[in-house]
Design a protein around this ligand. Structure first.
Ligand code: PBG
Length: 325
């Protein structure tokens, strides 16, 4: 054949393929989500997330050395609380001596260079297992936002670098920004979970936290998976209210949403590669039905290609070790 264009020339060897690659993963893109629980000397694997553990604080600090040595520069911490600490108003979340805040300060003290992103939402502390205050089966918006503001300021005081409201209440970014500024935390960033969908892919995470809703679902506050224009509206509001970064969650079934936000906003877009996406790869790989490492790298790369600047992923450690090879 007489062909002027033979695209295969650019795929001939590994060197040429890598030279012309349009996108690349880098360990500095990753945020590693981690789980802390009460107690001492324990690490317990999350059943539905092989390789991911809930750590007591002392064990978490040991694990963090490994995380930092792999070149990971940001973690996102989530707490696991016993039912006895939960109530309707998530009161535990702003108690000065509470596990979560103590953990943030201890991490900051031991790893001052490591960025810490937090989780702002009521569910880990809520006896209803919801992200907001429940009354007569409804989630109250404005009353919840007051609690989220207190939680955010407490987390900033404890050393958080990036506040991550994952609750999907209306108006919370603006309110949190104001509360942080008033308390003197102008330098603390906000990563807005802007397009957070009501997804089945959060199942394993709720196992990790024992935080599944006690009744109903989260569809009156998390978004309908059918929508993408609504993601633009959510992102626009968060942008106007002062968000420093936007997030799309989950990531893998929502690559179009990542691309839409990337094309329409000038601030960084984060993809949350959620627990169910992690579990899917782990389970299929354990069955020998897929090459887990290759599938992981392909999944993460697809998020970069869609436009993600940052990726929250339970694969952070594994991917970091592969990238270092
Ligand atoms: C709740 C929260 C959830 C996740 C992060 N924060 C679950 C939910 O909304 O029910 C899910 C993360 C994951 O699945 O990896 N505020």
């Amino acid at each position: 054949m007489q062909l002027t264009r033979r695209p295969r020339r650019n795929r001939r060897t590994a060197a040429i393929r890598e030279m012309v690659a349009e996108n690349q993963l880098s360990v500095s893109d990753f945020i590693f989500p981690m789980f802390v629980m009460e107690g001492e000397g324990q690490k317990v694997e999350v059943k539905s997330m092989p390789g991911i553990y809930r750590f007591t604080l002392d064990e978490l600090l040991i694990e963090l050395q490994e995380v930092v040595d792999l070149g990971i520069r940001c973690i996102c911490l989530f707490p696991n609380y016993p039912e006895s600490k939960k109530d309707k108003y998530a009161s535990e979340s702003a108690m000065p001596e509470t596990l979560y805040l103590k953990a943030l300060s201890a991490i900051k003290a031991n790893f001052p260079e490591l960025l810490i992103m937090t989780d702002v939402a009521m569910d880990p502390y809520s006896s209803d297992g919801h992200d907001g205050i429940v009354e007569d089966g409804k989630i109250l918006n404005d009353e919840t936002v007051d609690i989220l503001c207190k939680m955010s300021v407490a987390q900033a005081q404890a050393g958080a670098d990036i506040i991550g409201p994952s609750d999907m209440m209306d108006g919370r970014i603006g309110a949190i920004r104001e509360a942080l500024d008033e308390a003197g935390f102008e330098e603390v960033s906000i990563m807005a979970y802007s397009a957070k969908y009501a997804s089945a892919f959060y199942g394993p995470f709720r196992d990790a936290l024992d935080s599944a809703p006690k009744f109903g679902d989260k569809k009156t506050y998390q978004m309908n998976p059918a929508n993408v224009k609504e993601a633009l509206l959510e992102a626009e509001l968060d942008f106007q209210e002062g968000a420093d970064m936007l997030m799309v969650k989950p990531a893998f079934s929502y690559l179009d949403v990542i691309k839409t936000l990337k094309d329409n906003f000038e601030i960084p877009v984060t993809a949350y590669n959620v627990s169910g996406e992690y579990a899917m790869i782990k389970a299929t790989a354990a069955n020998g039905w897929i090459d887990g490492e290759k599938a992981m790298m392909e999944m993460l790369l697809s998020m970069k290609r869609a436009g993600a600047d940052v990726i929250l992923t339970y694969f952070a450690k594994e991917a970091a070790s592969l990238l270092a090879k």
